[in-house]
Design a binder for this molecule. Structure first.
Ligand SMILES: [Zn+2]
Length: 220
């Protein structure tokens, strides 16, 4: 029974995620108050951008679903609940909306990714000089008939600047019977696909190109 699986250890994955283009993972306007930009990026209580673990996990999961052809009905996450050799995604991330499986707990824990020490210094420097750390872009959609900006389509978008780096931090649970090497390799493949794809909003318009580098994998 899955409920009695023995937890053997955790394996930690750490990496630097460097923005090669602007990146936006949206926050809530209400969080940062009146007078701030429309469509802000998500930030911590001190106003430092971060990447929520849930967003990173969703992206990694969807990359692996494409790789293993496990995308669910109408693009939903996979909920098949089948064993690792058939569906690595369900074991690693947990089957979507499916409580009737015997895979045990989902294996991968993705933590929020905060600025690296270097980017944190840049953020502090920008703040002390009264400069913006992020950039506000004006965006519009073009009306294809007239070639002009479509009516009321002008809006602000905040984005994290290229060069900004976040520290990626994940932990993989290894239970008795798990194929540790295959699980680790699957996650490394997912990270590679994520780096070749885009993260956050407006990816097909050039946002969210990230490089994932200095990956360290170690037993805890
Ligand atoms: Zn599945």
């Amino acid at each position: 029974m899955a409920q009695s699986l023995k937890l053997q250890k955790h394996i930690s994955f750490q990496a630097n995620l460097v923005c090669k283009s602007g990146l936006r993972i949206g926050g809530q306007e209400s969080e940062i108050g009146i007078g701030s930009a429309e469509n802000p990026v998500i930030k911590d209580a001190l106003g430092r951008p971060y990447l929520p673990g849930s967003s990173l996990k969703g992206k990694l999961r969807s990359m692996l679903e494409y790789k293993f052809k496990r995308v669910g009905f109408e693009g939903a996450p996979c909920g098949c609940g089948l064993e690792f050799n058939v569906c690595p995604v369900c074991t690693i991330f947990g089957p979507h909306k499916n409580n009737r499986h015997s895979l045990g707990p989902s294996r991968l824990i993705l933590r929020d990714a905060f600025l690296t020490d270097k980017s944190m210094q840049d953020w502090e420097a920008a703040r002390s000089e009264g400069k913006d750390f992020t950039e506000i872009k004006m965006e519009t959609s073009i009306d294809r008939r007239t070639g002009m900006a479509a009516n009321r389509s002008l809006r602000q978008q905040e984005r994290v600047n290229p060069g900004t780096a976040f520290r990626l931090n994940m932990s993989l649970r290894i239970f008795e019977g798990d194929d540790e090497k295959k699980m680790v390799d699957t996650i490394l493949d997912g990270l590679k696909l994520m780096g070749n794809d885009t993260l956050g909003g407006s990816g097909t318009r050039g946002y969210g190109w990230v490089e994932i580098k200095d990956i360290e994998v170690k037993d805890l």
